[in-house]
Design a protein around this ligand. Structure first.
Ligand code: F6P
Length: 322
């Protein structure tokens, strides 16, 4: 292996920069040249290759976002796009690829593998934590800390006004951000697509809950099947008109910010392991950290998300909340 390429793809997540830095410096340590590809698969198609050296990744471990930039590529979904991408990799004499991204990225990698025989490994970069084969994806810890910090502030004002807040958090069709952040802020209830919300049950819980706190916070995962935070708040308001109800959608603040120490360390470990995996001859596998150990999961298994929610956490939540 003489020359590898690295790119970030899909939604950005805090810790991607730390991961790129680890890839670049590990490769250089092993006398392997590194090219960065800007804008993910789009940049691969448009030939946006840049040479990276140890210095080009200095002072980025602490930064959110991705300095290589990212995209959700429509063109890569076409065979013509994938052929252009392959030609560019051949043109640059790339012997191995590290893709940092989420399920869309690895689904793209699986399609690409049908025509591209250059080894590719992946690092799980998404705030959603919706991949199989790692306890925490890159950015998940930072995102839940961002949510906790924001909702603590909402709690102050909610408590002052005796209000009921519905706070919508990200996670596309997974409730993992909602679950952990909701436990962290002492939510009165957490609505997640995996647990099939019964709005009637929520209304009963809110009506009969503990009275010691004058505020109530319900965390709603954006992919909630019963609707988003606004839709659920509307239904509840009709039935519990005495509640002074507000809705906050946290949105993209959850994707930015400096990565937590945990994200920086995990991202570094995964980037480091990705290069060593390529050297060891691996391909088509995602690097993860499970029980503090590096593990490898085939892309086709990594994307079968719906890891499901941790049943012990859900049970504990039932007891500790309302
Ligand atoms: O996949 C990460 C994620 O942040 C999801 O939680 C969210 O649904 C989506 O990306 C938003 O994507 P966009 O960048 O297109 O707004």
């Amino acid at each position: 292996m003489k020359k590898i390429a690295v790119f970030t793809s899909g939604g950005d997540s805090p810790g991607m920069n730390a991961c790129i830095r680890a890839v670049v410096r590990t490769a250089i340590f092993h006398n392997i040249e590194v090219m960065g590809i800007k804008h993910g698969y789009d940049g691969l198609i448009r030939n946006e290759f840049v040479a990276l050296d140890a210095q080009s990744v200095a002072n980025i471990i602490q930064r959110g976002g991705t300095f290589l930039k990212t995209a959700r590529s429509k063109e890569f979904l076409t065979i013509e796009g994938r052929k252009k991408a392959l030609n560019n990799l051949i043109k640059h004499n790339i012997d191995g690829i590290v893709a940092i991204g989420g399920d869309g990225t690895f689904k793209g990698a699986l399609e690409f593998a049908e025509i591209c025989k250059i080894p590719m490994v992946g690092c799980p970069g998404t705030i959603d934590n919706d991949l199989v084969g790692t306890d925490f994806t890159i950015g998940y810890d930072t995102a839940i800390n961002t949510v906790v910090e924001a909702v603590d502030k909402i709690r102050d004002t909610a408590e002052s006004h005796d209000r009921l807040f519905f706070v919508e958090v990200m996670g596309r069709d997974a409730g993992l951000i909602a679950l952990r952040s909701g436990i962290g802020i002492g939510a009165e209830s957490i609505l997640m697509p995996e647990t099939k919300t019964d709005v009637e049950d929520l209304i009963q819980r809110l009506a009969s809950g503990r009275k010691s706190k004058s505020s109530k916070i319900v965390i709603v995962a954006e992919g909630e099947e019963a609707g988003g935070a606004f839709a659920i708040a509307e239904q509840v308001k009709k039935r519990l008109p005495d509640y002074d109800t507000r809705v906050t959608v946290l949105g993209h603040i959850q994707r930015g910010g400096n990565p937590t120490a945990m994200d920086r360390v995990n991202s570094s470990r995964m980037g480091f392991a990705a290069v060593e995996a390529l050297i060891a001859g691996k391909s088509g596998e995602m690097i993860g950290v499970v029980d503090k150990k590096i593990v490898y999961t085939a892309f086709q298994n990594a994307v079968k998300h719906r890891q499901g929610l941790d049943k012990d956490l859900v049970r504990m939540l039932e007891i500790l909340s309302l």
